[in-house]
Design a protein around this ligand. Structure first.
Ligand SMILES: Cc1cc2nc3c(=O)[nH]c(=O)nc-3n(C[C@H](O)[C@H](O)[C@H](O)COP(=O)(O)OP(=O)(O)OC[C@H]3O[C@@H](n4cnc5c(N)ncnc54)[C@H](O)[C@@H]3O)c2cc1C
Length: 300
């Protein structure tokens, strides 16, 4: 299907639509159309194509917090990985939506700008981190955000000033909206002279993740949000659910809020069934309703 539309616009870059290869856990079906724009013009062209054809849009970052349906994604999926340019203006570092957060932190330090080090080792893109207001070690993505430029379905670029009131724990004004693509964002950082120190701090945060086994098996990070004042992982662990499996999907032996794929891997359906099982047990035994941090993308 993708090749049929390739000629409609020179600017639209459609690629093979299989989504499993793009996901860290290698699950999920295909998109009806999968595009990988590398410039703002290409991004605008694909958004215009979706509008013209009356198709929904789903934006994909690095898929490190998303579960893609085995039945695939309807309409046009936009994979942002090639939107990966970074520039610096004074104390602002400005990154396109597909820039990996870990690289952004490295480049900020190279330019003598600090403040993002606690997010060292955070997998995923700038767009994904803003969408879910990702955080670690006491720092939320929104804490350093200055403005965000989004493309709407009409092809207009809209600038949002990042206001702390609009963001919360794993929540942003973009949450649940599929009509906006985060094209570019500016982070306001602190000028630093001790770049070696900042680099070491960032690497220490990343190393701590490695030691906790976060990278030992492919995963999509924390499945559940932490309920108020509690840790979802600790609740699941206290019920003895580490190691519980549905097919190839297993509650991680390292971190009870992670699901990892073992053996020959899992399907997204198996992961979703394991999530339902955990939610059921936690509600039954603790009376707490866990809610997902991950996003379900596609035909669920
Ligand atoms: C080992 C591991 C450790 C992790 N540790 C943490 C942690 O410490 N803290 C934390 O908060 N998270 C953590 N995560 C989860 C995840 O890495 C982050 O939430 C990350 O910011 C998601 O980015 P992504 O590009 O992978 O987003 P994706 O999973 O690709 O997308 C997430 C959502 O954002 C939307 N989106 C993505 N890009 C755009 C865009 N440009 N415009 C509009 N919408 C967009 C998608 O449509 C989707 O709804 C971890 C994950 C793993 C695998």
């Amino acid at each position: 299907m993708a090749s049929n539309v390739r000629n409609q616009s020179e600017k639209i870059k459609f690629v093979e639509p299989q989504l499993a290869p793009l996901s860290p856990i290698k699950t999920g079906g295909s998109a009806d159309f999968l595009s990988r724009p590398a410039t703002l013009d290409q991004l605008k062209a694909v958004v215009a194509f979706a509008k013209r054809e009356g198709l929904p849009i789903t934006v994909l970052g690095a898929l490190t917090n998303s579960l893609v349906s085995d039945r695939g994604i309807e309409g046009v999926a936009i994979h942002t990985v090639d939107l990966d340019r970074i520039r610096v203006q004074g104390s602002l570092i400005i990154a396109e939506g597909g820039v990996m957060m870990d690289r952004l932190i490295d480049e900020a330090i190279e330019h003598g700008l600090g403040g993002l080090e606690p997010l060292g080792g955070l997998p995923g893109t700038v767009g994904g981190a803003i969408y879910g207001n990702s955080g670690a070690n006491g720092l939320l993505t929104a804490d350093r955000l200055y403005w965000i430029d989004c493309l709407d379905r009409e092809g207009n670029l809209i600038r949002f000033r990042a206001h702390p009131d609009q963001f919360a724990y794993r929540h942003s004004p973009f949450w649940g909206r599929s009509d906006l693509v985060i094209w570019e964002a500016a982070f306001k950082l602190d000028p630093i002279t001790e770049t070696n120190e900042a680099r070491q701090q960032k690497e220490a945060y990343k190393g701590a993740r490695r030691e906790k086994g976060q990278y030992a098996h492919p995963s999509i990070g924390c499945i559940f949000r932490n309920p108020d004042g509690e840790s979802a992982g600790r609740i699941i662990d206290s019920l003895g659910l580490k190691g519980t499996a549905v097919g190839g999907a297993v509650i991680s032996p390292h971190h009870a809020n992670f699901i990892v794929c073992e053996g020959h891997g899992a399907t997204s359906n198996e992961i979703a069934s394991l999530i339902t099982l955990v939610k059921g047990r936690v509600e039954e035994e603790r009376g707490t309703l866990l809610t997902e941090e991950i996003r379900y993308l596609g035909r669920w």
